[in-house]
Ligand binder design. Structure first.
Ligand SMILES: [Zn+2]
Ligand SMILES: [Zn+2]
Length: 104
């Protein structure tokens, strides 16, 4: 449980770091004004990170039942490639929170 959270925040912090550093590169200032990139989407990847679970109750045959629902974070990573300078950048976004069981 703790490990999973740590992994999730690790990915988030890497993403933030990449966004900031690439943001700096792309910012047009005196030294980088001449640099233009040709970012083309190379691949995209969907990952699910399990972040926890919770119990929910439901009724069946006039009986109350308990079930465990697992929560995952759907993460999409897109990799871009620049032909001009032979380098890549990646972008990771949180798509949605997924519940393994259907419940209200
Ligand atoms: Zn480039
Ligand atoms: Zn749930």
């Amino acid at each position: 449980m703790n490990m999973v959270y740590r992994r999730f925040f690790y990915i988030c912090s890497i993403t933030l770091f990449c966004t900031i550093s690439f943001g700096w590169l792309d910012r047009p200032n005196h030294s980088y004004a001449a640099i233009l990139h040709e970012w083309k989407q190379k691949s995209s990847d969907i990952n699910y990170i399990h972040t926890g679970s919770h119990e929910f109750t439901y009724w069946k045959n006039f009986m109350r039942h308990k079930r465990t629902c697992h929560i995952s974070q759907k993460i999409k990573t897109t990799v871009y490639y620049c032909d001009l300078h032979n380098h890549t950048k990646s972008k990771t976004v949180h798509v949605e929170t997924v519940h393994s069981e259907q419940h209200s």
